[in-house]
Structures are given as structure tokens and as C-alpha cells.
Design a protein around this ligand. Structure first.
Ligand code: OXT
Ligand code: ADP
Ligand code: MG
Length: 576
């Protein structure tokens, strides 16, 4: 193999003059401002974690790679820098892969760095320790996948991975580092010179003036305009410009789940509580960093109540016309696009028609008034609304806390009940509706922001990452986990009519998840009323101590699949 820059191991050279693969990877990451790595140690990356820690990188060791991967992905979303997940070969790599694919699907920038076995043996399929052709497997699940074979190429390999993750539409990147690479040595000075500090990793992408004019022309002629803000808009961190655009236009806005709080849910133009009305009755819809996927019923059908004109602001040109015709595609980064729209509106903009904004407000007020008494009940066992009423007040009083949310009913009802007030404070199951993001997201949110984290989890959802409560305790993170314990998936009341096995959707009744946190030195609390729940969460956030609250929810309170029960296929043979 031709490796010109690599020193021969038997060369009589002072170790001071040498560096190796381990240290080159670490130096390359540090040079590019990477401060934290999320992972699980083992062959061949155990020493890598130790050296990284010694070099001042924070290395957070998890109990399962999927949770480390989810942590890296959400770190990327929160910071606009790629989150790094480090795994061992084959099984560790595969455990991290769901998170990598989920990051790509959600447009979160992350890099999965995985140690791998020896190429020569893997490629001949001779049965190496944890043998697997990882690069080939990762490729379809990420934006880009690279392998580095020579120490001298580490700098360029890391640079490529960083740029691929954050430029254009962000996403997951795979970086394959075979075991042999880590031990390769090379001259220290040559090694330092080989590293690359990525210049302008996510360059601004300026929209064409003609596209901006077209978008404004469509918007100007609207009678019932609507702006939909997606998590791409939250990711862009163009918060002030987006707010200025919304307020200057006077147009009602609908936040997608993770865009809640980009402008406060209590903003007078927020139409979150009149969702069906605005989707059905609007005539022009401007999407900013939101895709017309299943979460928006693909832009058609009865949810949308007839033909619309769409304006779509997105960095990915391929997103345009993905489901329906886009009348005004505006391709560019959201910061630049929104600034250009604002420029174009300067001086001569008439606010959205008052009959439309008035109708939206009336519907929204009606829905809010309908929900209010349900959120105030103090029933025991709690129903979802009673428990959520307590948590809604917590976030109102502590708007800088980060809310992590997963489950079915626990997710769907929390989304509506808990108002968000600040950008990037709501982190949830995202585009795939995936369970298991909970503890990974909560850990990274605490580490990256230093803010308190409230993780509101269905009892099933929590189970996918629950072992990480030990990680939360080990790093003493200010995370309060609230488990909505209704004894099962959707409900705890299903029965099996033909045998003694439990029904497929039910769990052990009356489980005490709070004891799990106590097992690792954290605080465990059982809450049976909304008042108890509120007190326990307040105490957890005030103390900053790892806390898990087992919130006892009426097992009959939920509905199948929460608010997306319509997606369940129906069998003609199902007994009513
Ligand atoms: O306008 P209308 O009248 O329509 O009213 C709307 C709003 O205007 C109004 N609203 C308000 N009113 C008053 N005040 C306020 N503030 C307000 N805000 C809004 O309320 C309604 C509803 O508004 P919303 O929510 O905005 O609108 P809607 O119609 O729901 O929006 C549609 C969607 C599609 C955008 C929305 O529903 C959405 O985002 N949904 C996401 C759903 C999702 O992703 N679910 C997760 C997946 S479910 C299932 O797959 C599960 N699994 C399987 C599984 C998964 N997922 N992953 C893996 C790895 N393995 C398996 C499992 C195992 S869930 C699950 C576990 C479930 O059990 P748990 O124990 O965890 O949870 P429990 O159910 O609690 O037991
Ligand atoms: P939501 O689920 O909230 O509707 P999606 O994940 O469907 O949001 O959509 C996010 C969109 O935002 C993606 O199409 C992505 O290309 C786009 N996006 C992400 N970052 C930027 C950015 N900085 N500028 C422009 N578009 C972006
Ligand atoms: Mg449940």
C-alpha cells in the first residue's frame, strides 16, 4: 500500500516527533470546533475515547449506541455543527445506524464515526472480529459516506465529513475508520500540516432575485394567506428575520411540532390552535423549512380543502414539486431567503386581509377556550389533559427549559397543550415518529445548552432508551423525566381473549419507573395528581438533580395511535 507520509514504525525516531491516527482524528475534530463526542467504547475505539477526553473533548459514554447517535443528531440540530457519534465495529455500528438514518431523514447534521475491522480480511470475507462491510451498509442511509485508510488523509476525511453534514440540506454522514488507521504513525509536523480547518462549512445560498419577486407576487395577491414554519426554519437560527417577516406580513402562521416556540405559541398571529381551519381555508401557503410530507397530508386531499398556491422556501431544490406543484419555489438558505423577502416587502406591503385574520383568531380563541377547562382538572388517576395542564404551567413559568417529548397520546396531546415560547425548545419524534429519541435527546440538550430539560415520555416510548437514566445520573445532568404511565402502548386496558399471555399493547400494571432513577442515585417520585406532578417537576428543576417522576395516568384514557389512528390499516376480519 502506498503511504508516503507515514513513518516506518521501526524508524529510530523520537516519539516526540511522531503522531498517530488516534491523535490526528482528535486534532482534526478540535481544529474544527468539535467539543463533545457521544458514543459507546470498545474495540477498536476505546483508547480513542480516552485520548479525546485527555485532549479536552467531552466524551459522553452511553449504554447503547442508538441513544448516543440520537444525542449527536440533536446536538447537531441545536448547534448547527455536526454532532459526533462514536461506535465500535459491526454491532455497535448497526446500533448507531437507526440514529444516523433518522438524522438524515430529519435533516439534522451528524457524523457517525465507527471503528471497523481490517479491510483485507473483510473484503475477502475471512471472518475478522466483528467483520462487516460497514461503508456499503451505511451509504443508502446518509448524505455521504467516507472511509480513511491512511493517517495522512485523516484531515481531509474529517473535513469532507463536516462539510457534507452541514452544507445544503443538513443530514447524517458516515465516516469509517478501520482499526489499523488509529495506530498508524506519521511525522508530527507533517501530520499537523495535513489537517484542514473547514472554511465556511455551510455557505449562504442566496436566492435568485426573480424567484423572490415571484414569491412576493403570489403572496401579495392572496386573500387568505398562511405561513407554515417547519423545523428547518428553527434549525436555520434566523429567528429575528423570521419574526420580522411574519409580523410585517401580518399573516397567520402555523408551527410544525419542532418549530413551536420559534415565535411564541401565544403570539397573536399563531394559528396552531386553528390548524384544520387554516389548512382548509387558506388560498396561498408559504412553507418555510417544512416539507409537504405525511405530517402535512402531502399538500392535498380533504385536509387541504381544495387547490392552493404554494410558495416553498427550502435549501434543497429537489424538494420543490415533491407532492404538489409549487407555484413559487424559493431555493436558498432560510436566513438569506427571508432577508430577501423582507427587502422586497419594504415600504409597500399591505397586511393580510382583516376578515381572514379575524376568522382565524375567532376559531383559535374558540379552540383554546374549549381546551382550557380540561387542562385544569385535578383528577386522580390523572387523565392526559390534567397532567399536561400542570406541565403547561411549568413551561410557561420556565420558558427556557427544553421539552423532549415522545409517545403516542403523550406526544400528540402534549403538542397541543404545552405552549412553547422560545426557539428550538421542543424536541420530539420528528419526521419518522420514531420512539427512542427521549433520553439521547434529553442528555444532549442538557449538555449542549446547559438548560434544564423536561422529558415527557409515554411509558412505552421511555422503554426504548430508559437505561440511559444511569447516564443521566453518572453525568449528573439537570434532566427531569416524566413518564406518563398508563400501563401500555396507547392504553393499558387491552386483553388477550384466547390465552394467558398479556395483550400485545400492555405492560406490567402499576410499574414504578421512579425506582429506576433511584437505583442510580437520582430522585424518584410517584405522582398521582396534577398538583403532585407540578410540585415534583418544580422541585426537580430547582434542584437540577436527575429526577424521574412516575405520573400515574388512567389506563383507559388514551386512544389507539394517539391522533394518527387513521394510519392504522383495517382488516375486514377484525372483530368489532
Ligand atoms: O384545528 P383542529 O380542530 O383540527 O384541532 C387541532 C388544533 O387546532 C388544536 N390545538 C389546540 N386547541 C386548543 N389549544 C391549543 N393550544 C391547541 N393547539 C392545537 O388541537 C388539534 C390537534 O392539533 P395538532 O396536534 O397540531 O394537529 P394534528 O391534527 O394532530 O396534526 C396532525 C399531525 C400529523 C401533524 C400530528 O398529529 C403529528 O405531528 N403527529 C405526529 C404523530 C407521531 O409521530 N406519532 C408517533 C408515532 S405513533 C406509533 O407509531 C407508535 N409506536 C410504534 C413505534 C414507533 N413509532 N417507533 C418505533 C421505533 N417502534 C415502534 C409505539 C411503540 S407510538 C408507540 C408508543 C406509544 O405508547 P406510549 O406509552 O409511549 O404513549 P401513550 O400513547 O401515551 O400510551
Ligand atoms: P417539519 O417536520 O418541521 O415540517 P421538515 O423536516 O419536513 O420540517 O423540513 C425541513 C426542511 O428544511 C427540509 O426540506 C430542509 O431541506 C430544509 N432546511 C433545513 N435547513 C435549512 C436552511 N438552513 N435553509 C433552508 N432550508 C433548510
Ligand atoms: Mg403508554
Amino acid at each position: 500500500m502506498d503511504t508516503p507520509a507515514v513513518a516506518k514504525p521501526n524508524e529510530a525516531q523520537d516519539a516526540q516527533d511522531l503522531t498517530d491516527g488516534f491523535h490526528l482524528v482528535i486534532d482534526a475534530l478540535k481544529l474544527n470546533g468539535i467539543k463533545t463526542i457521544y458514543g459507546v467504547p470498545g474495540i477498536p475505539i476505546t483508547d480513542f475515547g480516552r485520548f479525546a477526553q485527555a485532549a479536552g473533548i467531552r466524551v459522553i459514554s452511553f449504554r447503547h449506541e442508538q441513544n448516543a447517535g440520537n444525542a449527536a443528531a440533536i446536538a447537531g440540530y441545536l448547534t448547527k455543527k455536526p454532532g459526533i457519534c462514536l461506535t465500535v465495529s459491526a454491532p455497535g455500528f448497526l446500533n448507531g445506524l437507526t440514529a444516523l438514518a433518522n438524522a438524515t431523514t430529519n435533516c439534522f447534521p451528524m457524523i457517525l464515526i465507527s471503528g471497523s475491522s481490517e479491510r483485507e480480511i473483510v473484503d475477502l470475507q475471512q471472518g475478522d472480529y466483528e467483520e462487516m462491510d460497514q461503508l456499503a451498509i451505511a451509504k443508502p442511509l446518509c448524505k455521504a459516506a467516507f472511509r480513511v485508510l491512511h493517517a495522512a488523509d485523516i484531515g481531509i476525511g474529517i473535513a469532507r465529513a463536516i462539510r457534507a453534514a452541514v452544507s445544503g440540506r443538513p443530514g447524517g454522514v458516515y465516516l469509517d475508520l478501520p482499526a489499523k488507521l488509529f495506530a498508524q504513525v506519521m511525522n508530527r509536523e507533517a501530520g499537523e500540516k495535513s489537517l484542514v480547518a473547514v472554511i465556511d462549512p455551510a455557505p449562504a445560498q442566496i436566492p435568485a432575485p426573480s424567484a423572490v419577486k415571484r414569491a412576493l407576487d403570489v403572496l401579495k395577491n392572496a386573500k387568505r394567506p398562511l405561513i407554515i414554519l417547519g423545523k428547518g426554519a428553527a434549525y436555520a437560527q434566523a429567528d429575528d428575520a423570521i419574526r420580522a417577516l411574519v409580523e410585517k406580513s401580518g399573516i397567520p402562521f402555523l408551527p410544525m411540532s419542532m418549530a413551536k416556540g420559534l415565535l411564541p405559541d401565544t403570539h397573536p398571529q399563531c394559528a396552531g390552535a386553528a390548524r384544520s381551519t387554516v389548512l382548509q381555508q387558506s388560498d396561498v401557503v408559504m412553507l418555510i423549512g417544512a416539507r409537504l410530507n405525511w405530517l402535512l397530508s402531502h399538500g392535498k386531499g380533504k385536509t387541504w380543502g381544495g387547490a392552493k398556491k404554494f410558495i416553498q422556501v427550502d435549501i434543497d431544490p429537489k424538494e420543490m414539486d415533491s407532492n404538489v406543484e409549487i407555484a413559487a419555489p424559493l431555493v436558498g438558505d432560510i436566513g438569506s431567503c427571508v432577508a430577501a423577502l423582507l427587502d422586497g416587502m419594504a415600504g409597500n406591503w399591505t397586511a393580510a386581509p382583516a376578515d381572514w385574520t379575524g376568522a382565524v383568531k375567532a376559531k383559535k380563541d374558540e379552540n383554546i377556550a374549549k381546551m382550557a377547562p380540561r387542562l385544569m382538572n385535578n383528577n386522580s388517576p390523572m387523565d392526559y389533559h390534567g397532567a399536561l395542564g400542570a406541565l403547561r404551567t411549568v413551561i410557561k413559568e420556565r420558558p427556557d427549559a427544553i421539552l423532549v417529548n415522545e409517545g403516542a397520546n403523550t406526544l400528540d396531546l402534549a403538542r397541543g397543550a404545552i405552549d412553547m415560547y422560545q426557539p428550538r425548545k421542543r424536541l420530539d419524534v420528528g419526521t419518522w415518529g420514531v420512539m427512542g429519541i427521549g433520553m439521547g435527546f434529553a442528555i444532549a440538550a442538557a449538555i449542549e445548552t446547559g438548560k434544564p430539560v423536561l422529558a415527557v415520555e409515554g411509558d412505552s416510548a421511555f422503554g426504548f432508551s430508559g437505561m440511559e437514566v444511569e447516564t443521566i445520573c453518572r453525568y449528573n445532568l439537570p434532566v427531569c423525566v416524566v413518564i406518563f404511565n398508563n400501563n401500555g402502548i396507547y392504553r393499558g386496558t387491552d386483553t388477550n381473549s384466547v390465552g394467558s399471555d398479556p395483550a400485545t399493547t400492555t405492560f406490567v400494571k402499576g410499574s414504578r419507573y421512579d425506582k429506576m432513577m433511584e437505583a442510580f442515585g437520582g430522585v424518584g417520585v410517584q405522582a398521582t395528581t396534577p398538583d403532585e406532578l407540578k410540585r415534583a417537576v418544580d422541585a426537580a428543576i430547582d434542584s437540577g438533580q436527575p429526577t424521574l417522576i412516575n405520573a400515574v395516568i388512567d389506563p383507559a384514557a388514551g386512544s389507539e395511535s394517539g391522533r394518527i389512528g387513521n394510519l392504522n390499516p383495517q382488516s375486514v376480519l377484525r372483530k368489532k
